[in-house]
Design a binder for this molecule. Structure first.
Ligand SMILES: *Cc1c(COP(=O)(O)O)cnc(C)c1O
Length: 389
């Protein structure tokens, strides 16, 4: 098989037999003519199957070493479609440090349909064991978690789940199949907010699902078509266009993030840096074992919460904005933005407090990013000192 860099660059490039177009076309059609009664071209109605989307779906299934891929209108749409696999009375075990939107979907919506969830550190087998109930049907893992970058040993935990007959679902948004392939480590389902690194340009909202095995793949195809939160042809094309450069982007994201994390580690105003590429990170060894590199986001804590507001005001190249994974650098304040829906007690338990910032490092030159950050930090410090005079 070709190496992943080649497969990424060539997504859709040899699939258009009529003209040989190297960029697979956007098939802006919802209905497809049947050759005759009882016959189909393979496409009938675009919610079920659509040509441009299919190229994307086949590509992500292959990149993640799964059997089937499904493109959805957002990461949340992908998660909702996956959660619809479960039924009233089912129980899920879920990563404690979880994407806020996933928490909201489980607690505010799925709970109304009788699907309950327990939040644990998914890297702790004893904790998993004690969270397990007779009706536990699913395990939902983020690794690294966002924003605290906690690492779960996927092989260990997915093997545990398999023995118990629990379906393991990994949100692979932060690493992408270029760096980590959970299905190869034993996961049953992978989900992505493709809005992030896969799209990579902060310009397309999309979600992806990959399933392993016939039963799950058929069920997911049924749910995907029945729920209908599918990705349109234009956005499918735009996502593939972004994915072609994934390998290059991820490498630059990691280089930049590592340089900036090291800069912050030494900075007198910073108390903590959470990045699994740092040897001091508790998940460093597992991360190295199960992935071929690191994501481009990390979090850090300033020593004094009063620095946050001026830092966010003084960054210029780095945008103060939600989201992550694009070529442009973005900084977020999780406690009031992405994680606002998570109750204060849980946020405090995991350490998402008012001193934490999350940095999605883009592909700009690292010197410019460090200069921007250094300037914002010193201006913030000057303001704080002015205040206390
Ligand atoms: C952004 C994100 C989601 C939600 O995806 P959308 O595309 O915004 O709907 C889910 N999981 C993780 C880890 C994310 O970062």
């Amino acid at each position: 098989m070709l190496k992943i860099e080649s497969r990424l660059a060539q997504i859709g490039s040899i699939e258009e037999p009529v003209t040989g177009a190297v960029s697979f076309p956007v098939y802006q059609a919802t209905a497809f003519r049947h050759p005759k009664l009882g016959q189909s071209t393979g496409f009938d109605y675009a919610r079920t199957k659509s040509p441009t989307r299919k190229v994307l779906e086949d590509a992500i299934a292959q990149l993640e070493s799964g059997d089937a891929g499904f493109a959805c209108s957002s990461g949340m749409a992908a998660l909702q479609t996956v959660f619809a696999y479960f039924s009233q009375g089912d129980h899920l075990i879920v990563s404690l440090d979880l994407y806020g939107g996933t928490y909201r979907l489980l607690e505010k919506i799925m709970s109304r349909f009788g699907v309950t969830a327990t939040y644990v550190d998914t890297n702790d087998l004893d904790g998993l064991e004690s969270a397990c109930q007779p009706n536990t049907k699913g395990l939902i893992i983020e690794t690294p978690t966002n924003p605290l970058m906690m690492i779960t040993d996927l092989e260990l935990v997915c093997t545990w789940a398999r023995k118990k007959g629990i379906v393991s679902i990994v949100d692979n948004t932060l690493l992408t199949p270029y760096l980590q392939r959970p299905i190869e480590l034993g996961a049953d389902i992978v989900v992505h907010s493709a809005t992030k690194y896969l799209g990579g340009h902060n310009d397309v909202l999309a979600g992806l699902i990959v399933t392993k095995g016939k039963e799950l793949s058929e069920q997911m195809a049924f749910l995907h078509n029945s729920i209908g939160a599918v990705l349109g042809p234009q956005d499918s094309w735009l996502l593939m266009r972004g994915m072609k450069t994934l390998a290059l982007r991820m490498e630059r994201h990691e280089q930049n993030a590592t340089a900036i994390a090291n800069f912050l580690l030494e900075h007198p105003l910073i108390s903590d840096v959470y990045y699994p590429a740092l040897e001091s990170h508790p998940g460093y060894a597992i991360q190295n074992k199960q992935s071929s590199g690191n994501t481009g986001i990390f979090s850090f804590k300033v020593k004094d919460a009063r620095l946050i507001e001026p830092i966010l005001r003084h960054i210029q190249l780095i945008a103060f904005a939600e989201s992550l994974g694009g070529v442009e650098s973005l900084m977020t304040y999780p406690a009031v933005q992405t994680h606002a829906d998570i109750p204060l007690e849980i946020r405090q338990q995991i350490g998402v407090d008012d001193r934490l910032l999350r940095f999605s490092v883009g592909i700009e030159h690292q010197d410019d990013l460090i200069a921007d950050l250094a300037n914002a930090l010193s201006q913030a410090q000057a303001e704080l000192e002015g205040e206390s005079l």
